[in-house]
Design a binder for this molecule. Structure first.
Ligand code: FES
Ligand SMILES: [Fe+2]
Length: 319
């Protein structure tokens, strides 16, 4: 949201969260007008103003503006403010929480610096894709955490890369998968476009960072990053899926033009991958999911186990 007026609206449970660029400051709030609870934004993203169509209340430059103030009691007006949520930056990434138990630095742990560095290697958004997955969010997350399905579900998309088993790094609240690309032809093509980028953070392969509980950040060669959120819904078998494709920094304008097609085809590829993931997640019987540990667990599914342990700990702690 680089410019004033840009907004993004996310859904989770039966609520919404809006992020709005208020003259350079990002305000994060529950998207509700404090007067009667009208939703300010109805689209998932765009350019606009925090301005309520019902009775004209608006928010600008950090202040709530109420028309005909004299008609209200002064004491009531003191409470006329947005319901602001907690937010914290990791470099250029903004994280939001209702009631955080940890600082962001503690939560991201050893990945904090890595994620910060990624944020400085991003020039903007090239695609946004949002829809509801017809499955529980835990099924969607676990699907995103294991590579076993890639050759079966994504034979003509992600599977084309021939991803190696690679290695997992498991941290307290994050996990990362680094996987070399074994398709020699694709590898060569990817290396060839390196000269079009000005990036100083790069894993020369496929990398995917999971941030407990709802977020994945994955990338091929650091040229673009796919940022995905899988938010629970109040309906058990529904997940609010938000995917954004973020572009790496091009060396110069000519390189940016030359890369346009690359980003467009990356966006199309990502859309296809997520559609394939959604199709298979829909097909999983939700009642099959119960135990802390899955009955069968392949060696390269350790990120799934890590997720289940974290989730079980939160449930036990009542969080
Ligand atoms: S509900 Fe928004 S101004 Fe009345
Ligand atoms: Fe997948």
């Amino acid at each position: 949201m680089p410019e004033p007026g840009h907004y993004l609206k996310l859904n989770w449970l039966d609520q919404e969260v809006s992020l709005f660029n208020d003259g350079g400051e990002i305000v994060v709030f529950d998207n509700l007008c404090p007067h009667r609870g009208t939703r300010f934004f109805v689209e998932s993203h765009g350019v606009g103003a925090i301005s309520c169509p019902y009775h004209g209340w608006s928010y600008q430059a950090g202040a709530m503006h109420v028309p005909c103030r004299e008609k209200y009691e002064e004491t009531e007006l003191k409470n006329a403010r947005l319901n602001i949520l907690k937010s914290e930056w990791c470099a250029d990434f903004l994280f939001v929480s209702v009631s955080p138990k940890l600082s962001l630095e503690e939560q991201l742990g050893p990945e904090f610096e890595h994620i910060a560095s990624i944020s400085f290697n991003i020039s903007g958004r090239s695609d946004i894709d949002t829809y509801a997955y017809e499955c529980n969010w835990k099924i969607a997350i676990e699907n995103a955490l294991e590579p076993l399905h890639v050759s079966y579900i994504h034979p003509n998309s992600l599977g084309q890369l021939d991803l190696a088993d690679g290695k997992n790094e498991i941290n307290p609240w994050t996990s990362v998968w680094y996987s070399p690309i074994e398709n020699a032809g694709i590898n060569k093509k990817l290396r060839a476009i390196n000269k079009l980028f000005k990036i100083d953070e790069q894993y020369e392969g496929y990398m995917s960072i999971y941030m407990f509980p709802f977020t994945m950040l994955s990338s091929t060669f650091g040229y673009s990053y796919s940022l995905q959120n899988f938010f629970p819904s109040a309906e058990k078998n529904r997940t609010f899926f938000f995917s954004r494709l973020l572009k790496g920094v091009a060396k110069n304008e000519a390189a940016a033009n030359a890369l346009q097609h690359f980003f467009e085809s990356s966006a199309a590829m990502n859309r296809q991958v997520f559609k394939e993931d959604h199709e298979i997640c829909k097909r999983i019987n939700p009642d099959f999911y119960e135990a802390d540990r899955p009955k069968f667990l392949a060696a390269d599914e350790e990120k799934v186990l890590h997720f289940r342990k974290l989730l079980a700990d939160q449930v036990r702690a009542g969080d």
